[in-house]
Design a protein around this ligand. Structure first.
Ligand SMILES: Nc1ncnc2c1ncn2[C@@H]1O[C@H](COP(=O)(O)OP(=O)(O)OP(=O)(O)O)[C@@H](O)[C@H]1O
Length: 787
């Protein structure tokens, strides 16, 4: 059945007549049901006309004639659709209200928007006050030298790594883990230094073992394995480990990095050479355990599962089972022979550390699977700040200022632009912003929309081709071991980056998602990491866990997170190690407004409205230096510009949006991108965790308004999503050779070589749900190309 706000199935002729006859006094023409509904809606609208947010702002072409302005949104939309269809068929449509049939119909981003609830459901007061950082180095006289660490290691931390004092979790956990052979679950908020918390005891004990006994070297065996859920995190852990091992008396201790997406041949060569601490992603480790005979894990004394909840989210449960069994088997086979390691002071049995900032069922499951009689180590700040029920704690640093903006779908894009422009006006120095999207297609669309260079992706494709050709052989080992550092022999940049004059002339825009090739991902992260001037990273959840990027001042969640745990990890990319940070979450009016109070109960979020944000970003800031329309032939621009009478910020927001819409109209490639992004966005929306579907109710989405936020003027039913073709060959295919759909993986931030199992079922359900919704709302599901 047709839903009024989306589509009313008017006959074209009747529609025109109906409009002609519609007046304040009565509605004539069309079917009685339609007239009845239109009348009802008109009455409702009159009743609400004095409410803020509704029908405010400048009128556009479609609403200029008086009788149309008084009409309701669905009627206007039906007429627009009818006009559009008639034009498509080469027919001329007629209207009593003027020569409107000659013009394409452009709906204003300020009209027909739903109104936010008058009172915020979740009032914040504490959050506005500055709080004492809870993940900062301690200032109570605690020192690395009093934690039981070897003096050389303690002085290395202070003198070389420039760390003045331990953080709370380091202070509590390191001394216990040095003196005990117990398994441990380490829980502390994001950015509290958990990496060093587990690395220090391991390195300390291997170091003292070497001091006490035989000379150890890289062939002495693999003592520790650290598993990270993503390649980016694996690289980062490896970098911290390298810094720790750069002390002259530790030069013999060799780390090895093995990750999906790298050449197996070169990894095998590194493994053959020997190493003592292995940092790996689970899939690739499991592969080497089966296929690389030189990988001897019979000596492993520590297994670290970093970002435990993510390991489980990505479906690595089965792989972890395999790894644990392989380690057990090989340790067992070796145990027949007399072990020399116990004499050296290394643990008798394998010790497992499980780390997470959040505690949820999957982490507990992983704990059951991998830990025995484990110590539960948490920072002092954690218990003091959050009370008793630790299983429900969200670990957010107290100094992190959290807010949400209520932005109707049609105002989302301009609100994002406004937030970013404002951020760099307020704070010009080397600040960085991370913006999270729900899927790779949406990242691509917004990256292109905000980029100065419309051909950026083609450039990337070329660069990638060059690099692929160059790296046909094995990747240079020395380069592998310098992950986040500048490479010695630099190639031309292949990072996904571009200038972003629509935000700020000095700002560099980057993008990161699982569909980019590994070369581009690594280069992009490297360059974002080292960027000295202002930078914005558009990304999926591939960047949400564990990544430690300097100077990130603001985290924007343009698409709400998939689960509340993701929320905490995303915002945790700022306010790290005691520094300040801000986080802003985009929500739409309606059921989503319940998210802060119903789901993020433990957090204090302040509320903003789109209008306030738009005024700040578009009211005072100078106009963007580059208007996209300058570079595109749009001779029709003047004729079709809506005549606005609103304030400057409204006009500029409209102009900004129109520029994107025009670009979508003018470029098939960009239009395809927009359509795919729209489709993937809706699909991703359908995959929110079940407990949160009450607030992220897909049935409440206004698909037409969402399409508008992707610069699309078509009705959702008219949007034909193109198949992926050559235009996006720069990214990896949507469906991997293993048959698992990439979109789901992009949402969770995995990549095809490191994916887990069990995705297909969930994805199938999401697609089913989406199809159902489309069927409910319109009879055009096949046109929409879902499924
Ligand atoms: N004692 C310390 N003093 C100052 N800075 C520190 C200290 N320990 C770690 N850091 C810094 O804190 C930052 C965060 O560390 P780390 O990435 O280990 O945090 P984390 O708790 O693992 O965060 P997440 O939960 O997001 O993965 C890093 O930049 C690290 O160098």
């Amino acid at each position: 059945m047709a839903e009024p706000d989306l589509l009313v199935n008017f006959d074209l002729a009747l529609t025109s007549n109906a409009f002609a006859a519609s007046s304040i006094n009565g509605i004539r023409g069309g079917r009685w049901k339609d007239r009845f509904r239109a009348k009802k809606r008109l009455q409702n609208k009159r009743g609400r006309s004095d409410m803020p947010g509704l029908q405010r702002g400048p009128r556009t072409l479609e609403s200029q004639p008086r009788n149309l302005a008084e009409g309701d949104a669905s009627t206007l939309q039906s007429r627009r659709g009818a006009v559009g269809r008639a034009q498509k068929n080469g027919k001329e449509s007629h209207s009593a209200s003027g020569p409107i049939h000659e013009l394409p119909v452009i709906s204003s981003i300020f009209s027909s928007n739903p109104i936010p609830s008058a009172k915020p459901e979740h009032v914040d007061s504490k959050n506005l006050e500055s709080s004492t950082p809870t993940n900062a180095p301690l200032k109570d006289g605690s020192a690395f030298s009093t934690m039981g660490l070897a003096p050389a290691l303690a002085s290395h931390l202070v003198n070389s790594m420039k760390l003045k004092a331990p953080t709370s979790i380091q202070q509590i956990a390191v001394s216990q883990l040095i003196s005990s052979d117990s398994d441990a679950f380490i829980q502390a908020e994001t950015g509290s230094g958990k990496t060093l918390t587990y690395l220090l005891p391991i390195v300390h004990r291997i170091y003292t073992a070497a001091l006490n006994g035989d000379k150890l070297h890289r062939d002495s065996g693999c003592f520790a394995i650290i598993l990270a859920p993503t390649r980016e995190l694996g690289r980062q852990i490896h970098t911290v480990l390298m810094q720790l091992l750069s002390h002259p008396s530790l030069h013999w201790l060799v780390p090895i990095l093995i990750l999906g997406g790298e050449k197996k041949k070169s990894e095998k060569a590194r493994i053959r050479k020997g190493g003592n601490i292995l940092v790996a992603t689970p899939g690739r480790l499991a592969d080497h355990l089966i296929n690389t005979t030189s990988l001897d894990v019979s000596f492993v004394k520590w297994l670290v599962l970093d970002e435990g909840d993510r390991l489980m989210d990505l479906g690595f449960e089965e792989t972890l089972h395999q790894i644990l069994s392989a380690l057990d088997e090989r340790a067992q086979a070796k145990s027949d022979k007399p072990s020399s390691t116990s004499k050296l002071g290394l643990p008798e049995r394998r010790v497992t550390f499980l780390c997470s900032a959040t505690m949820k069922a999957s982490v507990q499951k992983l704990g059951d699977m991998s830990l025995k009689d484990a110590l539960y180590l948490k920072s002092n700040q954690t218990s003091e700040a959050n009370g008793e029920d630790l299983s429900k704690i969200f670990q957010a640093p107290a100094q992190l200022k959290q807010a949400y903006i209520i932005a109707p779908a049609k105002l989302r894009l301009v609100s994002l632009a406004s937030v970013l422009r404002r951020a760099f006006v307020r704070k010009k120095e080397h600040m960085k912003v991370i913006v999270f999207f729900s899927c790779a297609d949406s990242v691509d669309f917004h990256y292109k929309a905000f980029s100065s260079n419309a051909n950026i992706q083609i450039e990337e494709e070329k660069k990638e081709a060059v690099v692929s050709a160059e790296s046909d052989g094995d990747t240079d080992e020395s380069e592998q071991e310098l992950p986040l550092e500048k490479k010695k022999n630099e190639r031309p940049s292949i990072a996904a980056r571009s200038r972003a004059p629509l935000i700020n002339e000095n700002v560099e825009l980057f993008k990161l998602h699982g569909s980019l090739t590994q070369h581009i991902r690594t280069a992009t992260l490297n360059e974002f990491f080292h960027q000295k001037e202002g930078a914005v990273l558009f990304c999926t959840d591939v960047a949400s866990r564990g990544l430690d990027l300097p100077n990130v001042d603001l985290v924007v969640q343009y698409d709400p997170p998939y689960s509340k745990e993701d929320y905490i990890h995303r915002i945790g990319r700022t306010a790290r190690a005691g520094r300040d940070g801000r986080a802003l979450l985009f929500l739409q009016p309606g059921c989503e407004e319940g998210y802060p109070s119903r789901v993020l109960k433990e957090h204090n979020l302040s509320r903003r409205l789109a209008d306030e944000v738009l005024k700040k970003g578009f009211g005072n800031a100078p106009l963007p230096a580059v208007s996209r329309s300058k570079s595109i032939d749009l001779t029709w621009k003047k004729d079709f510009m809506p005549k606005t009478s609103g304030e400057r910020w409204e006009q500029e927001a409209i102009e900004f949006h129109l520029d994107i819409e025009r670009h979508v109209l003018a470029s098939t490639e960009f239009s395809d991108l927009a359509k795919r992004a729209f489709q993937s966005h809706i699909r991703a929306y359908a995959t929110h965790v079940a407990e949160e579907r009450e607030v992220f109710d897909i049935k409440q989405l206004h698909l037409g308004h969402i399409a508008k936020s992707f610069g699309l003027r078509d009705r959702p039913g008219d949007i034909k999503v193109p198949a992926r073709g050559k235009t996006d060959s720069w990214s990896k295919p949507t469906t991997s050779s293993k048959g698992v759909n990439k979109r789901k993986l992009d949402r969770v931030g995995a990549d095809d070589e490191e994916q887990g199992q069990g995705d297909e079922e969930e994805l199938r359900k999401a697609a089913q749900m989406m199809r159902k919704k489309m069927r409910e709302h319109m009879d055009v599901v096949s046109e929409f190309n879902i499924g």
